[in-house]
Ligand binder design. Structure first.
Ligand code: ADP
Ligand code: MG
Length: 489
């Protein structure tokens, strides 16, 4: 740890003031929207001759600020403290150190564009930055990188996604001049059910069928980033022009779109495109009506097209997905043998989604490569028992909720379960109760007991209060989203 004492001729309180001043500069430079989204809750912690330590309330914010604003923040510090060589961002922990190690940094949701690591086996990572010749480019605007594997050919169809695939193909293979059939096409479904695969399949096919059609696939995170960059470079007009000139716009994981200006911009773009018969395709992990952050008009617009839902694959589909992934692995590892009984076992035990099926295959291949043990039923049972157990323990427990909530709001866990009723503690406590009710199977009385022996009516009141606030208060809705993401890793 760096000494917390400043010795570069500045004191702790001067440095703290410097940070307040830099924040004011940042607010003036980027505007209120960006400032409140990213900087408002960054605090000064400590500094040495060369290093400044700042803290962020969440790892999502840390990740974003580090990626996009670190150089600027550094420059501003240097202007005041010329010896500064690095500015470090850390996630604030609770006042009392927690015994459990924090989970992997950065919620999975931070980079919807990377394939998750599954059970310690590194899946190939897609690049976040587009490769040099990115086919996913329209009007000079680069889209998010596409995964070559995500095509219609590799997408297994079945009862749980038939409608979605049919609609996706209709959109992708539309004839020039044909009216947009379903607009917007809204694809919804839980994690790993193939939303990204389907959207990228549409993007790839639309370009292949008709290269003149300007097609752009963007994750919501990239959309935000492009918008924010355009604002910073005073270039929003050309950003808007480009977007409004696109024939097929696909935006993935729209539930992550946050910031009022960004959402407004998205709303305008959506309206303009749909009104001028351009195709818009959106994916989200929930239905339009449940996208709390979005303006009611935008939500209703989103719901005005066709809503298709992806649900978990049945046994036959799971088997087909596995066979397909195994074939791909066998192209890399020629000697790989997957007996039928192993495929059957995996298809029966992993019932959740495509991502988990991928994870299982990666895991078996890794075991096989690392230990030279043949892939047979015994080995698979062993290897996957871990995986199933790891998944089991990932479900949040009340302790996890208390820990993450107290860290997020910077109160101690003791306070959370104490009898104290000051405002700084009451709200986080209510939120933790709300999350306990919505994310775990525990009953109201049980939750009451775990929060300092409170009555079940207190818990009920907390749940209702938070539900009400989510509707009214943007900040609250975002806090809840962030906490859910942190708990969902
Ligand atoms: P989401 O975006 O909904 O979280 P992804 O599209 O990233 O899910 O899918 C996760 C993984 O599962 C990907 O490797 C994808 O190819 C695979 N997958 C999901 N559904 C299917 C399907 N129906 N056919 C083939 N692969 C699938
Ligand atoms: Mg996805």
């Amino acid at each position: 740890m760096e000494p917390t004492h400043a010795s570069a001729g500045t004191t702790q309180s001067q440095d703290s003031e410097t940070w307040a001043q830099i924040k004011a500069e940042i607010r003036a430079a980027y505007g209120d929207d960006i400032f409140t989204s990213w900087f408002a809750r960054i605090d000064f912690e400590s500094a040495s001759d060369t290093t400044v330590n700042l803290s962020t309330p969440t790892s999502f914010i840390r990740h974003w600020v580090q990626q996009h604003y670190a150089a600027d923040v550094m420059q501003r510090w240097r202007a005041v403290r010329p010896g500064t060589r690095e500015v470090l961002f850390k996630v604030r922990s609770a006042l009392r150190p927690q015994p459990r190690a924090p989970r992997a940094s950065g919620p999975a949701a931070v980079a919807p564009n990377t394939v998750e690591q599954t059970a310690g086996v590194a899946a190939p990572r897609r690049q976040i930055d587009a490769p040099q010749s990115n086919p996913n480019t329209a009007g000079g605007l680069e889209g998010s990188a596409l995964e070559p594997r995500f095509t219609f050919n590799t997408f297994v169809e079945g009862s749980s996604n038939q409608l979605a695939v049919a609609a996706a193909k209709k959109v992708a293979f539309a004839q020039p001049g044909e009216r947009a059939a379903y607009n917007p096409l809204f694809v919804t479904g839980g994690v790993g059910l193939g939303k990204t695969h389907l959207l990228q399949a549409i993007a790839g096919a639309a370009t292949a069928v008709n290269p003149a059609r300007r097609t752009l696939y963007l994750t919501a995170e990239h959309f935000m980033y492009r918008f924010v960059s355009a604002v910073m470079n005073r270039n929003t007009i050309s950003f808007k022009d480009i977007l409004r000139d696109i024939d097929v716009l696909l935006i993935d994981d729209i539930q992550f779109l946050n910031g009022q200006k960004v959402q407004e911009e998205f709303g305008h773009t959506l309206t303009t495109l749909v009104d001028s018969q351009r195709q818009v395709v959106i994916a989200a992990d929930r239905a339009p009506a449940d996208l709390e952050g979005l303006d009611a008009r935008v939500r209703s617009r989103l719901g005005g097209g066709l809503l298709v839902e992806l649900t978990p694959p049945d046994y036959t589909m799971r088997k087909a997905i596995l066979e397909q992934r195994i074939k791909a692995q066998q192209e890399m590892f020629e000697e790989l043998v997957f007996p039928d009984e192993v495929i059957d076992f995996v298809a029966r035990s992993i019932t959740t989604n495509g991502r988990d099926l991928d994870g299982a295959i990666n895991r078996l291949v890794a075991h096989n490569q690392l230990t030279s043990a043949p892939i047979d039923l015994k080995m698979a049972e062993n290897a996957l028992r871990d995986l199933l157990r790891a998944r089991e323990s990932k479900k949040p427990k009340i302790e996890d909720i208390q820990r993450v909530t107290s860290q997020h709001f910077n109160v101690s866990r003791q306070d959370l379960v104490s009898a104290r009723r000051t405002k700084v503690i009451v709200r986080p406590r209510q939120i933790a109760m709300y999350l306990s009710k919505t994310l775990t199977p525990r009953s109201l009385p049980e939750i009451g007991r775990r929060f300092g022996n409170r009555d079940h009516t207190t818990v009920l009141h907390a749940v209702r209060k938070v539900e009400e606030l989510i509707q009214k208060d943007q900040q609250m809705a975002e806090d809840i989203e962030t906490l859910k993401r942190l708990l969902d890793q």
